[in-house]
Design a binder for this molecule. Sequence first.
Ligand code: SF4
Length: 357
Amino acid sequence: MMERKQTRPVRVGNLVIGGGAPIVVQSMTNTDTRAVAATLGQIEALAAAGCELIRVAVPDQEAAAKLKEIVRYSKLPVVADIHFDYRLALAAIDAGVAKIRLNPGNIGGADRVRTVVRAAKANGVALRIGANAGSLHRDYLTRYKGDVIQAMLASVEDQLALVTADGFDQIVVSLKSSDVVETIEVNKAFAKRWDFPLHLGITEAGIRWRGTIKSAVGLGILLQQGIGDTIRVSLTGDPRHEVTAAYEILKALHLREHGPVVVACPTCGRCQIGLEELVEGVEELVQDLPYPLHLAVMGCVVNGPGEAARADLGIAGGKEAGLIFRNGEILRKEKQPRLLPAFAEELARLIREKYGV
Ligand code: SF4
Protein backbone atom coordinates (compact mmCIF):
# COMPACT_ATOMS: atom_id res chain seq x y z
CA MET A 1 0.00 0.00 0.00
CA MET A 2 1.31 3.45 -0.85
CA GLU A 3 1.48 5.92 1.99
CA ARG A 4 -0.91 8.84 1.68
CA LYS A 5 0.01 12.27 2.86
CA GLN A 6 -1.82 13.15 6.06
CA THR A 7 -4.28 15.98 5.53
CA ARG A 8 -6.88 17.45 7.82
CA PRO A 9 -10.41 16.08 7.41
CA VAL A 10 -13.03 18.33 5.84
CA ARG A 11 -16.69 17.38 6.16
CA VAL A 12 -18.73 17.83 2.98
CA GLY A 13 -22.30 16.67 3.58
CA ASN A 14 -22.11 12.96 4.37
CA LEU A 15 -18.57 12.71 2.99
CA VAL A 16 -15.15 13.42 4.43
CA ILE A 17 -12.43 14.80 2.17
CA GLY A 18 -8.92 14.30 3.52
CA GLY A 19 -7.89 12.89 6.88
CA GLY A 20 -7.18 9.49 5.31
CA ALA A 21 -10.75 9.05 3.98
CA PRO A 22 -11.15 7.26 0.63
CA ILE A 23 -10.41 9.56 -2.30
CA VAL A 24 -13.70 11.18 -3.31
CA VAL A 25 -14.77 11.05 -6.97
CA GLN A 26 -16.54 14.18 -8.09
CA SER A 27 -17.94 15.68 -11.25
CA MET A 28 -19.84 18.72 -12.42
CA THR A 29 -23.19 19.01 -14.14
CA ASN A 30 -23.26 20.65 -17.56
CA THR A 31 -27.00 21.29 -17.61
CA ASP A 32 -28.42 24.78 -17.06
CA THR A 33 -28.76 24.90 -13.26
CA ARG A 34 -32.03 26.80 -13.69
CA ALA A 35 -33.44 23.68 -15.39
CA VAL A 36 -34.00 21.77 -12.17
CA ALA A 37 -35.40 18.53 -13.62
CA ALA A 38 -32.58 18.22 -16.16
CA THR A 39 -29.95 18.97 -13.50
CA LEU A 40 -31.42 16.47 -11.05
CA GLY A 41 -31.63 13.89 -13.86
CA GLN A 42 -27.96 14.33 -14.62
CA ILE A 43 -27.06 14.12 -10.93
CA GLU A 44 -28.98 10.86 -10.68
CA ALA A 45 -27.19 9.43 -13.72
CA LEU A 46 -23.83 10.50 -12.27
CA ALA A 47 -24.66 8.99 -8.88
CA ALA A 48 -25.57 5.71 -10.62
CA ALA A 49 -22.15 5.80 -12.32
CA GLY A 50 -20.45 6.14 -8.91
CA CYS A 51 -20.04 9.90 -8.59
CA GLU A 52 -19.93 10.91 -4.92
CA LEU A 53 -19.97 14.70 -4.96
CA ILE A 54 -21.52 17.01 -7.53
CA ARG A 55 -20.75 20.62 -8.40
CA VAL A 56 -23.23 22.87 -10.12
CA ALA A 57 -22.55 26.28 -11.64
CA VAL A 58 -24.40 29.16 -10.01
CA PRO A 59 -23.99 32.02 -12.48
CA ASP A 60 -26.85 34.23 -11.27
CA GLN A 61 -29.61 34.71 -8.70
CA GLU A 62 -32.06 32.76 -10.82
CA ALA A 63 -29.77 29.71 -10.63
CA ALA A 64 -29.19 30.34 -6.91
CA ALA A 65 -32.95 30.38 -6.36
CA LYS A 66 -33.18 26.83 -7.78
CA LEU A 67 -30.53 25.43 -5.47
CA LYS A 68 -32.92 24.66 -2.59
CA GLU A 69 -34.86 22.25 -4.75
CA ILE A 70 -31.71 20.75 -6.25
CA VAL A 71 -30.16 20.21 -2.81
CA ARG A 72 -33.40 18.73 -1.48
CA TYR A 73 -33.73 16.10 -4.19
CA SER A 74 -30.09 15.51 -5.10
CA LYS A 75 -28.75 12.04 -4.37
CA LEU A 76 -25.32 13.59 -3.81
CA PRO A 77 -23.95 16.41 -1.67
CA VAL A 78 -23.97 19.57 -3.78
CA VAL A 79 -21.12 22.01 -4.30
CA ALA A 80 -22.04 25.49 -5.56
CA ASP A 81 -19.60 27.00 -8.03
CA ILE A 82 -19.53 30.75 -7.46
CA HIS A 83 -17.74 33.59 -9.19
CA PHE A 84 -17.98 37.38 -8.97
CA ASP A 85 -20.91 37.85 -6.58
CA TYR A 86 -20.67 37.01 -2.88
CA ARG A 87 -24.46 37.18 -2.57
CA LEU A 88 -24.67 34.03 -4.71
CA ALA A 89 -22.47 32.26 -2.15
CA LEU A 90 -24.72 33.41 0.69
CA ALA A 91 -27.81 32.25 -1.21
CA ALA A 92 -26.16 28.87 -1.85
CA ILE A 93 -25.31 28.45 1.84
CA ASP A 94 -28.87 29.37 2.68
CA ALA A 95 -30.08 26.72 0.20
CA GLY A 96 -28.16 24.06 2.11
CA VAL A 97 -25.25 23.21 -0.18
CA ALA A 98 -22.46 21.13 1.35
CA LYS A 99 -19.59 23.13 -0.07
CA ILE A 100 -18.90 26.36 -1.91
CA ARG A 101 -16.25 26.68 -4.58
CA LEU A 102 -15.14 30.27 -4.47
CA ASN A 103 -12.45 32.46 -5.89
CA PRO A 104 -11.78 34.95 -3.07
CA GLY A 105 -9.98 37.14 -5.59
CA ASN A 106 -13.02 37.87 -7.72
CA ILE A 107 -15.94 38.39 -5.36
CA GLY A 108 -15.37 41.96 -4.35
CA GLY A 109 -12.92 42.39 -1.49
CA ALA A 110 -11.87 40.97 1.88
CA ASP A 111 -15.01 42.01 3.80
CA ARG A 112 -17.24 40.09 1.44
CA VAL A 113 -15.02 37.03 1.64
CA ARG A 114 -15.20 37.21 5.45
CA THR A 115 -18.99 37.46 5.28
CA VAL A 116 -19.13 34.27 3.21
CA VAL A 117 -16.66 32.47 5.50
CA ARG A 118 -18.71 33.41 8.59
CA ALA A 119 -21.88 32.07 6.93
CA ALA A 120 -20.09 28.88 5.86
CA LYS A 121 -18.75 28.35 9.38
CA ALA A 122 -22.14 28.95 11.00
CA ASN A 123 -23.81 26.46 8.64
CA GLY A 124 -21.19 23.72 8.54
CA VAL A 125 -20.44 24.35 4.87
CA ALA A 126 -16.99 23.59 3.50
CA LEU A 127 -15.10 25.88 1.17
CA ARG A 128 -12.92 25.18 -1.83
CA ILE A 129 -10.48 27.84 -2.84
CA GLY A 130 -7.61 27.64 -5.30
CA ALA A 131 -5.63 28.92 -8.18
CA ASN A 132 -5.83 28.22 -11.86
CA ALA A 133 -2.70 28.88 -13.93
CA GLY A 134 -4.83 30.33 -16.73
CA SER A 135 -6.54 32.97 -14.61
CA LEU A 136 -3.84 34.02 -12.14
CA HIS A 137 -3.82 37.69 -11.31
CA ARG A 138 -0.92 39.26 -13.19
CA ASP A 139 0.41 40.88 -9.99
CA TYR A 140 1.47 37.43 -8.83
CA LEU A 141 3.17 36.64 -12.12
CA THR A 142 4.97 40.00 -12.02
CA ARG A 143 6.06 39.46 -8.41
CA TYR A 144 7.49 36.02 -9.23
CA LYS A 145 8.87 37.06 -12.62
CA GLY A 146 6.63 34.69 -14.55
CA ASP A 147 7.29 31.66 -12.29
CA VAL A 148 3.80 30.15 -12.48
CA ILE A 149 4.37 27.64 -9.67
CA GLN A 150 5.47 30.27 -7.14
CA ALA A 151 2.79 32.66 -8.33
CA MET A 152 0.05 30.02 -7.86
CA LEU A 153 1.35 29.11 -4.41
CA ALA A 154 1.45 32.76 -3.34
CA SER A 155 -2.07 33.33 -4.65
CA VAL A 156 -3.43 30.35 -2.69
CA GLU A 157 -1.51 31.29 0.43
CA ASP A 158 -2.97 34.80 0.34
CA GLN A 159 -6.44 33.27 -0.04
CA LEU A 160 -5.77 30.94 2.87
CA ALA A 161 -4.66 33.84 5.08
CA LEU A 162 -7.97 35.53 4.35
CA VAL A 163 -10.34 32.60 4.80
CA THR A 164 -8.64 31.15 7.90
CA ALA A 165 -8.38 34.52 9.71
CA ASP A 166 -11.35 33.71 11.98
CA GLY A 167 -10.24 30.15 12.65
CA PHE A 168 -12.18 28.51 9.80
CA ASP A 169 -10.43 25.38 8.58
CA GLN A 170 -12.98 23.38 6.56
CA ILE A 171 -11.10 24.17 3.40
CA VAL A 172 -10.18 22.13 0.34
CA VAL A 173 -7.56 23.58 -2.00
CA SER A 174 -7.12 23.14 -5.73
CA LEU A 175 -4.15 24.13 -7.87
CA LYS A 176 -4.95 23.51 -11.48
CA SER A 177 -3.34 24.01 -14.82
CA SER A 178 -3.97 22.68 -18.30
CA ASP A 179 -0.27 21.79 -18.25
CA VAL A 180 0.28 18.41 -16.61
CA VAL A 181 3.85 19.07 -15.38
CA GLU A 182 2.82 22.38 -13.86
CA THR A 183 -0.09 20.73 -12.07
CA ILE A 184 2.20 18.05 -10.63
CA GLU A 185 4.87 20.50 -9.48
CA VAL A 186 2.53 23.00 -7.86
CA ASN A 187 0.55 20.35 -5.99
CA LYS A 188 3.74 18.70 -4.74
CA ALA A 189 5.03 22.05 -3.51
CA PHE A 190 1.75 22.86 -1.77
CA ALA A 191 1.54 19.41 -0.13
CA LYS A 192 5.02 19.92 1.33
CA ARG A 193 3.95 23.12 3.08
CA TRP A 194 0.31 22.60 4.05
CA ASP A 195 -2.04 19.90 5.26
CA PHE A 196 -5.26 21.15 3.68
CA PRO A 197 -6.80 18.40 1.55
CA LEU A 198 -6.22 18.74 -2.17
CA HIS A 199 -8.74 18.59 -4.98
CA LEU A 200 -6.84 17.33 -8.03
CA GLY A 201 -7.67 18.00 -11.63
CA ILE A 202 -6.18 18.99 -14.94
CA THR A 203 -8.16 21.95 -16.10
CA GLU A 204 -9.49 22.21 -19.65
CA ALA A 205 -8.16 18.71 -20.26
CA GLY A 206 -10.09 18.38 -23.51
CA ILE A 207 -12.13 15.75 -25.31
CA ARG A 208 -12.54 12.30 -23.92
CA TRP A 209 -9.42 10.40 -24.95
CA ARG A 210 -6.98 13.31 -24.71
CA GLY A 211 -8.42 14.54 -21.43
CA THR A 212 -8.40 11.06 -19.95
CA ILE A 213 -4.74 10.58 -20.83
CA LYS A 214 -3.69 13.95 -19.44
CA SER A 215 -5.65 13.37 -16.26
CA ALA A 216 -4.36 9.83 -15.84
CA VAL A 217 -0.77 11.04 -16.13
CA GLY A 218 -1.10 14.12 -13.92
CA LEU A 219 -3.44 12.77 -11.30
CA GLY A 220 -1.84 9.33 -11.39
CA ILE A 221 1.63 10.67 -10.62
CA LEU A 222 0.36 12.79 -7.73
CA LEU A 223 -1.85 10.07 -6.30
CA GLN A 224 0.99 7.58 -6.51
CA GLN A 225 2.99 9.95 -4.31
CA GLY A 226 0.18 10.00 -1.77
CA ILE A 227 -1.05 13.46 -2.79
CA GLY A 228 -4.72 14.19 -3.45
CA ASP A 229 -7.96 13.70 -1.51
CA THR A 230 -10.64 14.22 -4.15
CA ILE A 231 -10.41 14.10 -7.93
CA ARG A 232 -12.29 15.36 -10.92
CA VAL A 233 -11.35 14.25 -14.41
CA SER A 234 -12.48 17.22 -16.52
CA LEU A 235 -13.69 16.08 -19.93
CA THR A 236 -15.70 17.82 -22.61
CA GLY A 237 -18.99 15.98 -23.07
CA ASP A 238 -21.13 13.66 -20.97
CA PRO A 239 -19.79 13.94 -17.40
CA ARG A 240 -20.46 10.24 -16.74
CA HIS A 241 -17.23 9.59 -18.64
CA GLU A 242 -15.43 11.70 -16.02
CA VAL A 243 -16.59 9.30 -13.32
CA THR A 244 -15.61 6.18 -15.26
CA ALA A 245 -12.18 7.64 -15.97
CA ALA A 246 -11.70 8.73 -12.33
CA TYR A 247 -12.37 5.22 -11.08
CA GLU A 248 -10.08 3.66 -13.67
CA ILE A 249 -7.27 5.90 -12.40
CA LEU A 250 -8.01 5.04 -8.77
CA LYS A 251 -8.39 1.32 -9.51
CA ALA A 252 -5.13 1.24 -11.44
CA LEU A 253 -3.35 2.57 -8.33
CA HIS A 254 -5.27 0.24 -5.97
CA LEU A 255 -6.71 3.31 -4.22
CA ARG A 256 -10.38 2.48 -4.70
CA GLU A 257 -12.41 -0.51 -5.75
CA HIS A 258 -15.29 0.14 -8.08
CA GLY A 259 -16.76 -2.68 -10.11
CA PRO A 260 -14.77 -5.17 -12.12
CA VAL A 261 -11.40 -4.66 -13.76
CA VAL A 262 -11.35 -6.04 -17.32
CA VAL A 263 -7.95 -6.74 -18.86
CA ALA A 264 -7.77 -7.56 -22.55
CA CYS A 265 -4.88 -8.20 -24.90
CA PRO A 266 -4.34 -5.88 -27.88
CA THR A 267 -4.43 -8.90 -30.26
CA CYS A 268 -1.74 -9.76 -32.80
CA GLY A 269 -1.27 -12.12 -35.72
CA ARG A 270 -1.86 -15.12 -33.45
CA CYS A 271 -5.43 -14.14 -32.66
CA GLN A 272 -8.01 -16.27 -34.47
CA ILE A 273 -11.12 -14.99 -32.82
CA GLY A 274 -13.06 -11.70 -33.02
CA LEU A 275 -11.60 -10.40 -29.79
CA GLU A 276 -12.68 -6.77 -29.99
CA GLU A 277 -16.31 -7.81 -30.23
CA LEU A 278 -15.82 -10.28 -27.39
CA VAL A 279 -14.22 -7.65 -25.12
CA GLU A 280 -16.99 -5.18 -25.89
CA GLY A 281 -19.51 -7.89 -25.00
CA VAL A 282 -17.77 -8.56 -21.68
CA GLU A 283 -17.54 -4.82 -20.91
CA GLU A 284 -21.25 -4.46 -21.58
CA LEU A 285 -22.01 -7.48 -19.41
CA VAL A 286 -20.17 -6.06 -16.40
CA GLN A 287 -20.66 -2.29 -16.76
CA ASP A 288 -23.18 -2.00 -13.91
CA LEU A 289 -21.73 -4.68 -11.65
CA PRO A 290 -20.53 -3.40 -8.27
CA TYR A 291 -18.21 -6.36 -7.54
CA PRO A 292 -14.43 -5.86 -7.68
CA LEU A 293 -13.81 -8.85 -9.94
CA HIS A 294 -10.69 -9.27 -12.06
CA LEU A 295 -11.64 -10.45 -15.55
CA ALA A 296 -9.34 -11.25 -18.46
CA VAL A 297 -10.13 -11.60 -22.16
CA MET A 298 -7.10 -12.82 -24.11
CA GLY A 299 -6.70 -13.57 -27.79
CA CYS A 300 -4.72 -16.82 -27.70
CA VAL A 301 -3.02 -19.39 -25.56
CA VAL A 302 0.37 -17.56 -25.43
CA ASN A 303 -0.53 -15.17 -22.60
CA GLY A 304 -4.13 -16.21 -22.27
CA PRO A 305 -3.88 -18.97 -19.65
CA GLY A 306 -1.30 -17.04 -17.62
CA GLU A 307 -3.38 -13.88 -17.48
CA ALA A 308 -6.58 -15.87 -17.02
CA ALA A 309 -4.98 -17.69 -14.09
CA ARG A 310 -4.60 -14.35 -12.28
CA ALA A 311 -8.22 -13.52 -12.99
CA ASP A 312 -11.38 -14.49 -11.17
CA LEU A 313 -12.75 -15.38 -14.59
CA GLY A 314 -11.01 -15.33 -17.95
CA ILE A 315 -11.21 -16.30 -21.59
CA ALA A 316 -8.28 -17.50 -23.70
CA GLY A 317 -9.20 -17.48 -27.38
CA GLY A 318 -8.46 -20.24 -29.89
CA LYS A 319 -9.62 -20.83 -33.46
CA GLU A 320 -13.17 -19.47 -33.42
CA ALA A 321 -13.46 -20.90 -29.92
CA GLY A 322 -12.15 -20.24 -26.45
CA LEU A 323 -11.37 -21.67 -23.04
CA ILE A 324 -13.06 -20.23 -19.97
CA PHE A 325 -10.92 -20.15 -16.83
CA ARG A 326 -11.85 -19.55 -13.23
CA ASN A 327 -8.91 -18.85 -10.94
CA GLY A 328 -6.61 -20.66 -13.34
CA GLU A 329 -8.77 -23.76 -13.69
CA ILE A 330 -10.30 -24.54 -17.09
CA LEU A 331 -14.06 -24.62 -16.68
CA ARG A 332 -15.10 -25.30 -20.26
CA LYS A 333 -14.32 -24.89 -23.94
CA GLU A 334 -16.89 -23.19 -26.13
CA LYS A 335 -17.11 -22.54 -29.85
CA GLN A 336 -18.29 -19.22 -31.22
CA PRO A 337 -20.92 -17.81 -30.99
CA ARG A 338 -21.46 -19.61 -27.64
CA LEU A 339 -18.42 -18.12 -25.93
CA LEU A 340 -19.93 -14.90 -24.59
CA PRO A 341 -23.19 -16.49 -23.37
CA ALA A 342 -21.13 -19.22 -21.67
CA PHE A 343 -18.93 -16.57 -20.05
CA ALA A 344 -22.10 -14.80 -18.85
CA GLU A 345 -23.34 -18.03 -17.27
CA GLU A 346 -20.05 -18.62 -15.50
CA LEU A 347 -19.96 -15.01 -14.33
CA ALA A 348 -23.45 -15.31 -12.84
CA ARG A 349 -22.39 -18.53 -11.09
CA LEU A 350 -19.22 -16.89 -9.74
CA ILE A 351 -21.19 -13.92 -8.38
CA ARG A 352 -23.74 -16.25 -6.78
CA GLU A 353 -21.06 -18.29 -5.07
CA LYS A 354 -18.82 -15.39 -4.06
CA TYR A 355 -21.37 -12.76 -3.08
CA GLY A 356 -24.49 -14.85 -2.45
CA VAL A 357 -26.64 -12.96 -4.99
FE1 SF4 B 1 -1.26 -11.91 -29.44
FE2 SF4 B 1 -2.09 -13.92 -27.93
FE3 SF4 B 1 -0.72 -11.90 -26.80
FE4 SF4 B 1 -3.21 -11.53 -27.62
S1 SF4 B 1 -2.55 -12.94 -25.99
S2 SF4 B 1 -1.47 -10.17 -28.03
S3 SF4 B 1 -3.32 -12.80 -29.44
S4 SF4 B 1 0.05 -13.36 -28.31
